[in-house]
Design a protein around this ligand. Structure first.
Ligand SMILES: *Cc1c(COP(=O)(O)O)cnc(C)c1O
Length: 379
């Protein structure tokens, strides 16, 4: 009997363990040590050195920081896609804001930019697009709407590190963007994230919010002679051990990305004829978007087919998973006026989407087994 193939399996790629060891040997394992600085600089270089990147304990926490930095007030509205991870909505709700759900495009599964303007009201403060699977949202249109209505943009770029839209890196369109280094993401440290600040005016306050509302970062730089409570904040700074692990991964980014590209292209090539025959749709990546190969999904014709494939794979020790449930049709979404039928594309895609095993160390033999098992379904 063959071994099981998980949906995800995080792997060590370079010097991660050595760096963790070094952080311990140096006696600095709390936040903001040497590895935090190096990992942040590495990420700033990814973004062309024009941004400031603050490591956080998660993408969820980076989103919470972004919501605090926006000074959202009770009753302010934030336009979000209904097909996303809860953190991209909770962060704003925690500030008292109301999420307003936009449906997604049937092709890229990103927020449907054509709906955004119809949802703008005098209370709208921000748009929070998510680059699903790292394929860029239609940022030309979204930036244009934001400018005309004086709205902020916060990009949830959890899937999109290294992706581009019309040649420009995802994460550089909004005033802020957030990254995730959760173990399921391309680059990971188990749990981790980053807040990308494209506006230098936000840096000082962001540092304070991340340090429990104190000016401790300025104190450590010798800019003030004691540190004190100056603003709201929380504990959003990761341990230097995690930053050390993250640096090891970031240094191997090119290698990781090329492995993922190979895996993604192999799925696409091998499954194309089968998909055609079975009315199954593969991911759509428009010409003007470069994707970072975050995931490979299949869109089945209906819920029954998708569930049948999940069971078929599971019976052969292969784990494939569905993704987001529509937030508009959730218990919490209903409290903000969300309801079933409001976002038909999200509701349909949510029932039909299947994510295949996809991780940096997925071997060719295991990937072949996934592909062959899929092709043996109902045949
Ligand atoms: C993974 C993910 C998050 C949350 O990331 P954490 O680092 O686990 O908090 C948020 N948004 C999207 C789109 C994600 O995929």
């Amino acid at each position: 009997m063959s071994a099981s193939i998980p949906f995800n399996r995080p792997g060590v790629e370079g010097h991660e363990l050595e760096y963790v060891r070094q952080s311990i040997d140096k006696g600095h394992i709390s936040g903001d040590g040497g590895f935090t600085k190096q990992a942040s600089m590495n990420l700033e270089a990814v973004f062309g050195g024009r941004v400031r990147v603050l490591l956080t304990t998660s993408c969820t926490h980076a989103l919470e920081m972004a919501a605090i930095l926006l000074d959202l007030k009770e009753g302010d509205e934030v336009i979000v896609p209904s097909f996303t991870f809860v953190s991209g909505v909770n962060a704003f709700v925690l500030r008292g804001a109301k999420p307003v759900f936009a449906d997604i495009r049937p092709d890229t599964l990103n927020i449907d930019e054509r709906q955004i303007e119809t949802l703008v009201t005098p209370r709208t403060r921000a748009i929070a697009p998510v680059h699903y699977a790292g394929v860029g949202c239609e940022m030309d249109a979204i930036v244009d709407i934001a400018q005309r209505h004086g709205l902020e943009i916060v990009e949830d770029n959890a899937h999109g590190l290294f992706g581009t839209y019309r040649g420009r890196l995802l994460g550089t369109f909004g005033r802020m963007a957030t990254q995730s280094f959760h173990e399921t993401k391309n680059i990971n440290c188990g749990e981790g994230g980053a807040l990308v600040l494209n506006d230098p005016a936000l840096i000082e306050r962001a540092e304070i919010i991340r340090e429990k509302g104190t000016n401790r970062s300025r104190f450590f730089r010798g800019q003030v002679d004691k540190y004190t409570w100056v603003d709201v904040g929380s504990s959003y700074l990761p341990s230097d051990m995690l930053a050390a692990y993250l640096l090891g991964q970031l240094e191997m980014a090119e290698h990781i990305q090329s492995k993922r590209q190979r895996i993604w292209e192999r799925y696409a090539e091998a499954l194309a004829p089968w998909c055609e025959q079975h009315g199954v749709r593969m991911p759509v990546v428009p010409e003007h978007c470069r994707q970072p190969y975050h995931m490979f999904y299949l869109l089945f014709p209906d819920l029954d087919a998708r569930q049948s494939m999940i069971a078929h794979l599971r019976a052969r020790q292969i784990t494939a998973v569905f993704h987001y449930l529509p937030l508009n049709d959730s218990e919490m979404g209903a409290r903000f006026g969300g309801r079933a039928g409001q976002c038909p594309v999200t509701e349909s895609v949510s029932e039909r989407l299947l994510r295949l095993p996809f991780y940096n160390t997925l071997s060719t033999a295991d990937q072949d087994r996934v592909i062959e098992t899929i092709m043996a379904w109902r045949s």
